[in-house]
Design a protein around this ligand. Sequence first.
Ligand code: AMP
Ligand code: ZN
Length: 485
Amino acid sequence: MHVFSKLTCRQLTYYFIFCILSSMKLYNTLSRNKEKFEPMGKAVTMYACGPTVYNYAHIGNMRTYVFLDLLRRGLRLNGFKLKGVLNITDVGHLLSDADEGEDKMVKAAKERKMSPWDIAKYFTEVFFKDCEKLNIGKSEIIAFATEHIKEMIDYVAELEKKGYAYETEDGIYFDVSKFESYGKLSRIKLDEQQAGKRVKLNTQKRNPYDFALWKKAEPNHIMQWESPWGMGFPGWHIECSAMAKKYLGQVFDIHSGGVDHIPIHHENEIAQSEALEGKKTVNYWLHGEFMLVDGGKMSKSLGNTYTISNLEERGYSPLDFRYFCLNAHYRKPLNFTFEGLDGAKTALSRLYSAIEKHKFSNVTTDKKTIEEYRKKLLDAINDDLNIPLALGHLWTLLKNEPSIDIYNLSLEYDKVLGLSLEKVEKTVEEKVNIDIPKNIIELAEKRLDAKKAKDFASADALRNEIQKLGYSLIDTKDGFEIKPL
Ligand code: AMP
Ligand code: ZN
């Protein structure tokens, strides 16, 4: 018998109200609305645009991956299993997102006098080390563009067969005029834009918004592969559509990235994939806002791009930076300043002290309070990942009298916040005693007993013995403290 048939009408109403209230809402860039999140299958299928590994990822890039991590943790808090793909762009991303200029990988290879593969390997490793330092969990599938050239060629060939692609002297292009809803993510209207921003540098393109699916390579181009159109390399956008399809299927739940991807990269991904499949291929488009520096753009030419290592060199921990990111909602621009980072550093160290107070308590807290704060966490996360609100609730929770239940609940908060709260150290006093060998502690306890029994001769002898073994004993109000000599 189905469980619902055993419930009364009132119980059923409560059950459905609970489900509605506790369901996760996420802001979908496509609809410009917060929508109830309903995955299609047992595991949430998600694709995130990964780094172009031609250089060190800067803190702006890392903000976007902190956002991805918070999203993944928020989904897990709701009990969802995840199947996520993060791609590594190691070919095809030209200097301008709109297919102009040199390939970023090739340019870096020339400048550093290394092969593009070595460049990719090096910067990919640094990227994942930074992720680890920031407690950014790894996606289930990491997909390198250069390992999926065949899938991309097949994808382009299929688009060509369906009449969406055409050949020019320098490559194969997607004809945006054939895809009626081009521009629906960024809400641009092609007829109003034709003479607009995107300059038509390539005179063989039919429309200024047409984009490269495949580029033909000059004989001396370092990265090139055989294709039905001669030697060449893939366009940047095709890698995401082809790899998402390979690992997640024709339709998947979530696609994420930074807001800069909305008008070009993701618009083009939608065009390619919907043209190929003849239907919507992504249910939720999620975008993280940019990190600014001193109120302006972060750019290498202005000398204001910092990496996680740069911050470490200046005495900040990667988690200070993570805390800094948690202070702003992912859809709000976040202005990076060192004063702001100082504030985050101080706040995080206060948070650790506040946690410590609860960690070593053996007092408990009433169930109602704990449930109330557990719900507050879920409600905040389910309201389009309101992490600043969740952080605020944690601070209020910690202001309560020390309690082990509060400590345990803080760790539940940390499953989403990712601030390593479980690593909070014991107080110096306790740590000293913990590192001391068992036989020394036994001698110290014997001495304490002797002292309490006013057997001072034995107490002194035991103290000497402890000293001979390399430890000093200090009497404290509650007992003793032992330190290595
Ligand atoms: P890229 O390596 O250029 O492909 O970028 C990697 C990710 O970082 C993409 O999702 C971008 O949208 C994102 N991104 C680039 N610059 C910033 C920034 N200043 N703030 C936040 N995210 C950024
Ligand atoms: Zn992408």
